[in-house]
Design a binder for this molecule. Structure first.
Ligand SMILES: O=C(O)C(=O)C[C@]1(C(=O)O)C=C[C@@H](O)C=C1
Length: 88
């Protein structure tokens, strides 16, 4: 049990960091949303999304996780687009 608790505590620490970074990311997504609105740009930017995924895969240490990373970032970018649609 101690072992499981220790691992869960590690996950809690990682989640805390992820949430902090995610909040920062949302702040920036909102600024980009404002910019797009002012410039009459489409919310969905296909080339940029491809670049985000490419950057992420090139930074990956364990390539076994490629599919999971693409899924995670695609989900994050879907949330970004929802935020830009809802809040701006
Ligand atoms: O770069 C942008 O244009 C953004 O709005 C950010 C972002 C992202 O979450 O990374 C979100 C939506 C776009 O389709 C592309 C990228």
């Amino acid at each position: 049990m101690e072992y499981l608790e220790k691992l869960r505590s590690e996950i809690d620490d990682i989640d805390r960091e992820l949430i902090k970074l995610f909040e920062k990311r949302i702040d920036i997504v909102l600024k980009i949303g404002d910019y797009k609105k002012n410039k009459n740009m489409e919310i969905f930017q296909e080339d940029r999304e491809k670049q985000v995924l490419k950057n992420a895969l090139s930074n990956l240490e364990n390539t076994e996780y490629s599919e999971e990373i693409v899924r995670m970032l695609s989900c994050i970018m879907d949330i970004s687009k929802d935020i830009q649609k809802e809040k701006i």
